[in-house]
Write a protein that binds this ligand. Structure first.
Ligand code: F3S
Length: 288
């Protein structure tokens, strides 16, 4: 079997930074205990479970916002995840007297700042993202005046009279889908200021997926909750037209898909540990 690793692999800079911050917090004996993670630090259960083993308490409930989850923390240190939180979460954590450690990715911080600045300058802001994603929740918490677009169909119902419109987006969207949304917005609002903020790690990986060599199968390794991982799957399947499967790790790899396969490409999300990809490659070598 021919096995090709689609580069780049491994953590993006935002994930590396977030994991370093948690590790340093754990090592610092002077930091107030207990240490809580508000939601998953990054979308990967293997990484999160390692931190739980080291004593971190993860507060997570898919049906609750980060603001609601904070109700469960009354002492110690709270770590905000790489996806960022809204100003309301910051304020509430401070009011509760919690020690705050912020692992928000720099890309997300820039977007939040730019949206705040444009709102202060009198712009209407359009933000494109995925419903219920924590990064989106953090951004939409900046102001209830932000117009949220989760699909191209939402543009029809926008009714903005302001001539000054600023539009930006979640960092891990599809670089291909977003152009259609931008084009439709430009047609409807010719003066719109568009600020594409899909991050470099997402862009480079999606381009690599598009340009992958033909193979019988492509395996995308990553957590099903990870936005950038899901987009890699879509690009491979729908645009590169390579049959693609998604798995979290070797245990969840659907082995029945490997029958009669002569060539496999392997990619992974920006929050997938390298050792998980290596375990899958080692397994493929044993059956090849
Ligand atoms: Fe940041 Fe992009 Fe990684 S937003 S956490 S650099 S996938």
């Amino acid at each position: 079997m021919i096995i090709r690793k689609i580069e780049p692999q491994g953590y993006c800079n935002g994930v590396k930074r977030a994991l370093n911050i948690v590790n340093k917090t754990l090592e610092d004996k002077n930091i107030k205990r207990p240490i809580y993670l508000l939601g998953q630090i990054i979308h990967n259960k293997h990484v999160v479970n390692e931190f739980i083993k080291k004593g971190v308490i993860v507060i997570e409930d898919k049906n609750k916002t980060r603001l609601e989850l904070l109700d469960e923390i009354n002492e110690g240190t709270v770590i905000f995840s790489a996806h960022g939180v809204s100003p309301l979460v910051y304020k509430k954590a401070k009011e509760k007297g919690l020690n705050i450690v912020d692992a928000t990715c720099g890309y997300v911080q820039v977007i939040q700042k730019k949206i705040e600045n444009h709102l202060n300058d009198g712009y209407d802001v359009i933000y494109i993202g995925t419903k219920k994603h924590p990064e989106v929740e953090g951004v939409l918490g900046i102001s209830d005046k932000i117009h949220f677009v989760s699909s191209i169909l939402d543009i029809d119902s926008l009714n903005i009279k302001n001539n000054n419109i600023y539009c930006t987006n979640q960092t891990t969207l599809s670089i291909f889908d977003i152009n259609d949304i931008f084009s439709k917005l430009k047609t409807k609002y010719p003066n719109i200021k568009i600020d594409d903020k899909i991050c470099d790690a997402t862009t480079v990986r999606q381009m690599a997926m598009l340009n992958q060599e033909k193979a019988d199968l492509c395996i995308v390794v990553g957590d099903p909750q990870s936005s950038n991982t899901k987009k890699l799957f879509n690009v491979s399947n729908e645009l590169a037209k390579v049959k693609t499967i998604l798995c979290e790790d070797l245990n969840t790899l659907d082995k029945s898909e490997l029958k009669n396969i002569k060539s496999v490409n392997i990619s992974s999300g920006a929050s997938t540990p390298s050792y998980i990809v290596d375990e899958i490659i080692d397994y493929l070598k044993t059956i090849g």
